[in-house]
Design a binder for this molecule. Sequence first.
Ligand SMILES: [Zn+2]
Length: 194
Amino acid sequence: MGSKAIRTCISCGSEKYKNELLRFVSVDNEVVFDLKQKLDGRGAYLCFNKECFNKATKKNLLSKHLKIKTDENITFVKLVKQVRDTYKRYLYTLMRVNITSKNIIEGVYNVKDSLIHEKAFLCLFPSDISNHSKGKLVNLITRKKVPFYFLEDKKSVAMNIHRPIRGAYAVVNKQLALVMIDILEKIKELKKWI
Ligand SMILES: [Zn+2]
């Protein structure tokens, strides 16, 4: 067992390490994306690609593998949205927890400071960051070659992480930054599918 376990994608039949596939389980007779691969019960695995999601939903492979009896099989759009929303929620949970533990710092001034002192491995901005704040940070980020992503608007971000409204966030823990970049890339990719 463990992360080196091999599983098979129910759509294309590829064998991959378990942690390279997405796991789904049945909860109350519904398909549920098991992001952390820890939920009880039989799992069904899919590659993270549009074709495998497409085939799985068209042919109701998830319901079949998870032995779900339903007249309303999960659609492609619904499945993609569920996976995307689960990643989003997890991203916000990571933000909330890691602001508390100081692996993420918040506020334009502090983020700028972390960039100057080369402590930032990833920057996150609300989509409605002010031009003033943007002006302060963009040059610096480009010069320091720090990856950055845009989130939802300030209010939504603050609400989701249960924190006051801020204009910028910087991840100052390298391992955490890599985990978050992986999730952010997945969210970005899923947006292109629907
Ligand atoms: Zn596949």
